[in-house]
Design a protein around this ligand. Structure first.
Ligand code: PGA
Length: 241
């Protein structure tokens, strides 16, 4: 059975003090979260150690927002998988569109990062999605299939989460129509060798649209940016119907 995974992506928000304040308000709201629902917080590297302590014994798991493919080496500014696993990190976002757009991430480096994450027992959340221009040109499927093809070459699909994040819906308030997201996610699934991979939707997920999104049969969870920064709104998303 496909697992429901609700993940927050804090991006470059929250100092350690702010992270602790968030968790003090958020964690008590997780008491009634159903068993088949994973809750993940993907926090900035500098918050990992402190958040790990507070999450210990809680209903939520710890995630990072990137990982390098080498175990160590002269790679200034990068973080290796053993550095994450030592802190109790279980999940890692790979290939987010902001990394691809602003930091030169390519399908080749995404592929290397995915394999390294899996090698160290981290569950990767691979992000794929099309730009507005690609959507308007009718290239949505081609774009996503090309990403999947390159990103997943040689990747173990039994230890993987995919997030469909249409780039034009990220941080814009312009959510993708639920049925359209459902359709694209069904197409993504048709490209996989393992039909049990959980596939999330991401892009302007909020407390007021989560129930409609999760009512779609192909959508196995959400990757949430802005609305994961507020304990009440993220708790509402986690506790969706
Ligand atoms: P958003 O971000 O929820 O703020 O649109 C989603 C994401 O970038 O993962």
């Amino acid at each position: 059975m496909r697992k429901v995974v609700i993940a927050g992506n804090w991006k470059m928000f929250k100092t350690q003090v702010q992270a602790r304040e968030f968790l003090t308000a958020f964690l008590p709201k997780l008491q009634d979260v159903p068993q088949n629902r994973a809750v993940v917080l993907c926090v900035p590297f500098t918050d990992l150690a402190t958040v790990a302590i507070q999450l210990d014994g809680s209903r939520a798991a710890l995630g990072a927002q990137n990982v390098h493919w080498e175990d160590s080496g002269a790679f200034t500014g990068e973080i290796a998988a053993p550095m994450l696993t030592e802190l109790g990190v279980g999940y890692v976002i790979i290939g987010h569109s902001e990394r691809r757009e602003f930091f030169g991430e390519t399908d080749e480096t995404v592929n290397l990062r995915l394999k390294a994450a899996q090698h160290h027992g981290l569950i990767p959340i691979l992000c794929v999605g099309e730009t507005k221009q690609e959507r308007e040109a009718g290239e949505t499927e081609a774009r996503i299939f090309a990403q999947l093809d390159k990103d997943l070459a040689g990747v173990d699909q039994s230890n993987l989460i995919i997030a469909y994040e249409p780039i034009w819906a990220i941080g814009t308030g312009e959510t993708c129509d639920c049925e359209e997201a459902n359709r694209v996610i069904g197409l993504i699934r048709s490209q996989l060798t393992n039909p049990e991979v959980s596939i999330q939707y991401g892009g302007s997920v909020k407390a007021n649209n989560i129930d409609d999104i999760m009512a779609q049969p192909e959508i196995d969870g959400v990757l949430v940016g802005g609305a994961s920064l507020d304990p009440d709104s993220f708790a509402r998303i986690v506790n969706h119907r």
